[in-house]
Each structure stands twice: as structure tokens, then as C-alpha cells.
Write a protein that binds this ligand. Structure first.
Ligand code: NAD
Length: 312
């Protein structure tokens, strides 16, 4: 496993990070012992970065992760969690300083830790970005000064939202998802800006939330039919070449030099083992070129997320 520094922070994240959303049963029901075993395996196999949120399974993921981390030395893992999003609907967002502070206390309690290494505002595109700049981010800055968190940043899907924040506030990192994977590489268009500002880049969802797996995406996936069709074609090509599409997806997502860590979610230790083994093997460039060709004419490899004014 390789370890990469996150922007200007002193954190060295494993190239592959563990995304704990599946512990909230968001991709299918997960029993506690398997979930806990997956977290322990991740740490034993060299992953040192774990990400969670109170939103995943409406606190279930943080609660299960807290049980998994109990008794594990705090220096073995770098932990991020989030605030601001508490459900699927627009009304479930609250990025007020008061709620952010209460949310941090609740997350620390559920996770069983005294501080978070990284604290992120969850999916900023759903709220007024001027409010985020004026109220929410100064709150995170204050929490950092108070020693409650070590570093902070934002997460979001539209790149325009991330760019606006980075242009207007000194952040430690951003977490982007589904924007550097086989179907969409647009995150690469803003990595120069992020690097120039010393903002660390965390890339999430290398399988595009299940799209680039043999099982396919869950019902709630926002991709439109044309993208799902392109994924099927890509999968067919991989089957013909005797390769699992998730192998290529994992290898591709970790390949960008500006990305410190790529978060993959699974509650299955065997999947995690495969992912770790795959990223250590050389990528088949010719196959990647063919897959990228399949996605090139795809009508829309981007979906809408959040307020219209914050969309790409
Ligand atoms: P992902 O691309 O990691 O996909 C997860 C899905 O892929 C699950 O169904 C899992 O079972 C499957 N999978 C993983 N490895 C596999 C393998 N080897 N074989 C077959 N299937 C495999 O998407 P994700 O879970 O949404 O993203 C990873 C993490 O990134 C999340 O858990 C979360 O921590 C973070 N994330 C954050 C945000 C945000 O902050 N807005 C958004 C998305 C993801």
C-alpha cells in the first residue's frame, strides 16, 4: 500500500481509503459482525484512512464503525466524518454553526474518539454557498483552533461548487465523488487549482457507487439510462476479455497523481482484499482506452445534485 500526503496537512493517507457508508446498509443489509470484520481487515491490510458521516444509514454507520474502532489504538487510523446532511431530502440539510457543533459532539460520541482528523461539510451543493462561506466554514475554522478537529473541508458532486469554495476560503481538503472514475474524469479539470492552493484531494466512489460492478447500481442511483447502458457495454467488453470491470475501475480511479486517497465502500472483506490486490497490479492501458471510448458518446455521464444555482 502506498501512502500520500493530503495537501498541506501532515496526514499521510493510504492510497485506498475505507468508505464506511455500507455499514449504514445503504447498498444492502449488513450484519454487524461482518461490518466490524471488514473494518478490522482494512486496518490489518494497510488502509489507514476511514471516512464516515451521520447521514450514512441515519447514524447506523457511525455507530457500527465506533464499535469496530473500540480498543484499536488511535494512531492506527485517520478518521473523517461530516456534518450538515442528515437525510435524503432538501429539508435534511443544516449547516448552521450551532448544528455543526452539536453534530460533531454526537459523531465523536458514536465513533468513540476525542477528535476527528478531518471534518467535512457534507454535500455543500444543497445549500446556499454564500452561507457556507460566511457561517459554516468559519465554524469549522474555529473548531480547528479549539483542537476539536485537526483539518477541515467540504464534500460535493458538482465541481463548480467545490471550485467556488476553494476560490473563496482556505480549506485543507475537498472530497469529490464519482468525478474520477472510468465513466467521468472531470475532477482532473480542477486538480491544478486544488494543488496550487495546497488543498488535498480525496476521491470517492471508484465504482461510481456500484455502477462499475458486476452487480450494478442500487435502485436509488442517480445515473440516467444512457449512462447505465454505457456501463453495460463496458461490462460486456470486460467479460469478453476475462476481466472484472471493478478491477479496471479500481486501478483507474487511484491512478491520478493529484489524488491522495480514493475511498471505496464495501462491507465484504473479500471485495476489499480484491481491491487492494488489484490496485497493486499494472493497469491494462489498452482496455482502459476501449472503455473510455464507450463512455465518450454517452449523453450524460453527470447527473444533477443539489440547488440549480450550484450545478455544473
Ligand atoms: P463505491 O464506488 O465505493 O461503491 C460501493 C459499491 O461497490 C458497494 O455496493 C460495494 O459492495 C461495491 N464494491 C466495492 N468493491 C467491490 C468489489 N471488489 N467487487 C464488487 N463490488 C464491490 O461508492 P461509495 O461507497 O459511495 O463511495 C465510497 C465511500 O466514499 C463512501 O462509503 C463514503 O465514505 C465516501 N463518499 C462520500 C460522499 C460524500 O461525501 N458526498 C459521496 C460518495 C462517497
Amino acid at each position: 500500500m502506498q501512502y500520500h500526503q493530503l495537501g498541506n496537512t501532515d496526514l499521510k493517507l493510504s492510497q485506498l481509503g475505507y468508505g464506511a457508508s455500507p455499514l449504514g446498509s445503504v447498498f444492502g443489509k449488513v450484519d454487524q459482525s461482518t461490518g466490524i470484520r471488514t473494518v478490522h481487515s482494512a486496518l490489518d491490510w494497510g488502509i489507514n484512512y476511514i471516512d464516515c458521516s451521520p447521514y450514512y444509514g441515519l447514524t447506523k454507520a457511525e455507530t457500527m464503525l465506533g464499535k469496530a474502532l473500540k480498543g484499536i489504538s488511535r494512531d492506527r487510523y485517520i478518521l473523517s466524518s461530516k456534518a450538515g446532511r442528515y437525510g435524503p431530502d432538501q429539508a435534511d440539510f443544516d449547516m448552521s454553526p450551532q448544528r455543526i457543533r452539536a453534530s460533531l459532539d454526537e459523531s465523536l460520541r458514536r465513533l468513540g474518539v476525542d477528535e476527528l482528523d478531518i471534518f467535512l461539510l457534507h454535500d455543500i451543493e444543497f445549500v446556499d454557498l454564500d452561507y457556507v462561506l460566511a457561517e459554516s466554514l468559519p465554524c469549522l475554522q474555529a473548531l480547528k483552533k479549539e483542537g476539536r478537529i485537526r483539518y477541515f473541508g467540504v464534500t460535493g458532486y458538482p465541481l463548480q461548487s467545490l471550485q467556488k469554495i476553494v476560490h473563496n476560503y482556505p480549506l485543507d481538503c475537498v472530497l469529490s465523488y464519482c468525478r474520477y472514475a472510468l465513466h467521468d474524469t472531470s475532477l482532473a479539470s480542477i486538480t491544478a487549482l486544488l494543488q496550487q492552493r495546497g488543498v488535498g484531494v480525496i476521491n470517492a466512489s471508484p465504482t461510481a457507487m456500484g455502477l462499475l460492478t458486476e452487480r450494478g447500481a442500487p435502485d436509488w442511483h442517480p445515473a440516467d439510462q444512457s449512462l447505465i447502458d454505457c456501463c453495460r457495454q463496458a461490462q460486456q467488453l470486460c467479460i469478453e476479455q476475462g476481466v472484472n470491470i471493478t478491477q479496471v475501475a479500481m486501478q483507474f480511479a487511484v491512478s491520478h497523481q493529484a489524488i491522495s486517497s480514493t475511498l471505496v465502500g464495501t462491507a465484504n472483506p473479500q471485495n476489499l482484499r480484491n481491491n487492494i490486490d488489484w490496485i497493486e497490479q499494472p493497469i491494462d492501458e489498452a482496455l482502459v482506452a476501449q472503455i473510455r471510448q464507450i463512455f465518450a458518446p454517452c449523453a450524460s455521464n453527470v447527473w444533477s445534485s443539489g440547488l440549480a444555482e450550484n450545478s455544473d
